[in-house]
Design a protein. Sequence first.
Length: 76
Amino acid sequence: MSHWNHRVVKRITEREVYGIHEVFYNDDGSIYAYTEEPVRVQCESIEELREYIQWMLDCLDKEVLVNGEVEFVEKL
């Protein structure tokens, strides 16, 4: 069964731009996809919003993924 989390993705064009994306993993931890655009936050309650924002804050402690350098694998 696959899983996902939030990760910071750095895109390099004329400048460096950072965004928070949903990243999708196989059971072995290999990445098979991430969202094209950074996530937008919209929840049905303040409690859900607080939890979602905390997930986003937690991803700031993980390694930044660089667009174009991530080695995607097939979804298993």
